[in-house]
Each structure stands twice: as structure tokens, then as C-alpha cells.
Design a protein around this ligand. Structure first.
Ligand code: ZN
Length: 392
């Protein structure tokens, strides 16, 4: 797996510190993650799905949560073969200590402390789909589900009212030089036209060693702007160990700085973009961008369960105190651990500095406004994008 693939997906993302190699015999997580991004090529989807607008036909009035960051990945990508050890995540994000690495030894995915139990991944794709949809159902949640179009189509078919389909600008494969491969613009345009894609996400140039302002991406942002399709852009932590982790050699911390977005937003003023992981840990820079680009939103995915809770809540409080409680979207970054959705929601609910309305904003109402959904429940709260009246 030395030649990493185009790392646009979050599989990758900040695979949290709390994933651990639990036993000496456990497959090295670096390889596990690399496998996660070494996905098969796109195959033609046969299922015609409703797009964002169409998917709101029969919008659920009882939706309470919108998760703008759910992956539809094969569990095998995470090293789950049905016979080998299963990667686990920590059930608790309190009291995490990140352990170090003595470089005299070969690099291993850094372990961290976990004072909770450990959750294994489901063993099959069918289990992952069923358990994730069940979890979303318990929270009365809808979700932006990201992945290969054929896989996302399967999810959409299983829960038409719950799944908002998304695809990245990037393919999962890389070229002969190990560089990322972008999808054909015509393919993306067709997927949107057919209602099979409603959001472009998770776009992760940071994993490919690219700035979001890289000229190669400009036609894609132009397409999103033209089609009025929201874009979810990864800017944040990668796996603990960053470019030391096999499969993440191109990842760079500096390429997650939200200030890099400025030329993109200048060139595409009508682009609807949410910064996944809110540019963590560059919160001050993110605040600067939110202030000057009111069309910009952020999500809090992965950081809301995979990072030490006090640290995350401190970051969230900074964003809220700066006045951006109505620009924060809930996300889980569910990969192959559906329980992460529970922990992420519980973490938001635990934030004592948030008012009940701010929690509703983050968990639901802000996404209704940003994604232009029609959930009736939100109609009494969400405002048209062009208005700015304060809630009383
Ligand atoms: Zn991400």
C-alpha cells in the first residue's frame, strides 16, 4: 500500500486517535486505512434516485437530526475480512491521551488511551448499512451519504427518505504516478442531472497534497456553482501520525488551513461550500473566513467524537462565541462504526454553553437552510437564505 491512492475520502479522514491496534497481531492500522482508500473502480449504477430536491418529496416532518457527513464504504476497506481482527473505536471521547512514537522503532499507528469500551465494526456491508440506517432512524436523522455512486444508490434504495446522495470530485484510484484522479466533469453533471447526486462530498485535496485553490479543481468548483450543488470539502486533521501513516504520504497539515479557500470563494461567489471538520485545529483562521464569507458553513464531523471532548467543545465554543452558531452543521463522519453517530450527538447535547435552540440549529436547522431542504419541522425555524432576522 505504499503507493497511496487519491485520498479524497474521509475513510481517511481523521481516523481518530482512538482507533487502535489492539494486539501485536492486529493488522497495522496504517495498512488498514490504506486499504480503506484503495477502493474498486466506479461501476455503473442502475438505480435512479431522487436528487436533493426530489428526495424531499414527502419530507419527513419529524426529522430531528441532519448528519451531513456519513460514508458508505465497504467494511473490507477497513481491514474487516470476516475472519481477521476488526478495527475498533473507543466508545468514550473523554480523557483521551495521545501516545507518542519513538522513531527508533518502525512507525505504528499511534495508540491512545480509552476509558470506555471498544466498538468493533460490522462484519459485512449489509450489516453496516442496516446498523447505520437503524442508528439514523433512532435519532430521526437524515444523512448526506458519500461514496461511490453505485454504493450510495444501494443506501438510497434502502432508505429513500433518509439518504441524501453525495459523490466526490475525485475517484478512489490514482494514476501511474500515484497522483489523484479527478472524475470527468461530464460524469458529475450527468449524476446530478439524473438525481443520483445532490452534494459533492467528501472532496479531500488535502489528502492528495493539493490546495483547495489548485487550478485543477477550479472547473469542479465552477460546475458546483453552476449547478448550485453544495460542496463538502475536507479541511482538518488526517489520521494521527499524518503523512507517517501508510497511504497518507501526501497529506499535509498546512493544506488544511481555511485561509487557502479564499481564492476559491473569490472566484466562485455563489458556491455553497461547507468546510468539513471546520478547518480544525485552525479555528481562528476558520472564524476569519466565516466572518468575511457569509455563504460559508462548517461541519463538526469526526472531531465531535474522535477527539478529546474538552478540546472539541472548546473549539465549538470558540465558533459559537464568535457568532457562528447558525453556520455549524452536525456531522458524524460515520465510517464503519455506526455508534459514532450516537457519540457525536451525545457530545453536542453535552455542551452546556449551547442553548436548546443552538443545539437544534447545529443538529438540524442549519442544514435545512444550507442544503435548502423542505423539512416541515424546520419551517418554523429556518429562514430563507437571503433573510437575516434574528430568532427571538
Ligand atoms: Zn474529512
Amino acid at each position: 500500500m505504499a503507493n497511496a491512492r487519491a485520498l479524497d475520502r474521509v475513510v481517511s479522514t481523521s481516523i481518530e486517535q482512538s482507533i487502535q491496534v489492539e494486539t501485536p497481531g492486529h493488522v497495522a492500522l496504517g495498512a488498514t486505512i490504506a486499504a480503506a482508500i484503495a477502493r474498486s473502480a466506479l461501476t455503473a449504477a442502475l438505480v435512479t434516485m431522487g436528487g436533493l430536491a426530489a428526495s424531499n418529496v414527502g419530507a419527513q416532518p419529524d426529522v430531528r437530526v441532519i448528519d451531513v457527513h456519513v460514508h458508505a464504504d465497504p467494511v473490507a476497506d477497513y481491514g474487516v475480512t470476516g475472519s481477521g481482527p476488526t478495527p475498533t473505536i473507543c466508545s468514550d471521547n473523554v480523557g483521551i491521551t495521545r501516545l507518542g512514537w519513538d522513531p527508533r522503532a518502525p512507525f505504528r499507528f499511534p495508540a491512545s488511551t480509552c476509558r470506555g469500551t471498544r466498538w468493533p465494526a460490522p462484519r459485512t456491508d449489509a450489516d453496516l448499512l442496516r446498523e447505520t440506517l437503524a442508528t439514523l432512524g433512532r435519532h430521526a436523522a437524515r444523512a448526506v451519504v458519500m461514496g461511490e455512486p453505485d454504493v450510495v444508490a444501494t443506501w438510497k434504495a434502502a432508505a429513500p427518505d433518509r439518504v441524501i446522495p453525495a459523490v466526490s470530485f475525485f475517484r478512489d484510484s490514482v494514476d501511474a504516478n500515484g497522483r489523484p484522479v479527478l472524475r470527468d466533469l461530464a460524469e458529475l453533471r450527468r449524476l446530478v442531472r439524473e438525481g443520483r447526486v445532490a452534494v459533492f462530498a467528501e472532496v479531500g485535496p488535502q489528502y492528495a497534497g493539493m490546495s483547495p485553490a489548485d487550478p485543477a479543481l477550479d472547473p469542479y468548483f465552477a460546475l458546483a456553482e453552476e449547478l448550485d450543488v453544495p460542496v463538502g470539502l475536507h479541511m482538518g486533521e488526517g489520521p494521527p501520525g499524518g503523512p507517517n501513516v501508510q497511504g497518507y504520504e501526501h497529506y499535509r497539515v498546512a493544506l488544511g488551513n481555511p485561509l487557502l479557500l479564499e481564492p476559491v470563494l473569490i472566484r466562485h461567489p455563489k458556491l455553497r461550500l461547507y468546510v468539513m471538520h471546520f478547518g480544525s485545529p485552525f479555528v481562528d483562521d476558520m472564524i476569519a473566513m466565516l466572518f468575511s464569507y457569509p455563504q460559508l458553513y462548517v461541519d463538526v464531523a469526526q472531531n465531535d467524537w474522535g477527539f478529546p471532548r474538552a478540546h472539541f467543545l472548546g473549539q465549538l465554543r470558540r465558533l459559537v462565541d464568535a457568532g457562528f452558531a447558525e453556520r455549524i452543521l452536525f456531522g458524524s463522519d460515520q465510517m464503519v462504526w455506526p455508534q459514532a453517530i450516537d457519540l457525536a450527538i451525545e457530545t453536542i447535547e453535552s455542551a452546556g454553553f449551547l442553548t436548546p435552540q443552538q443545539k437544534r440549529d447545529i443538529l438540524h436547522d442549519n442544514a435545512v437552510r444550507f442544503l435548502r431542504l423542505n423539512d416541515r419541522r424546520a419551517s418554523g425555524h429556518a429562514r430563507a437564505p437571503s433573510t437575516s432576522s434574528r430568532r427571538t
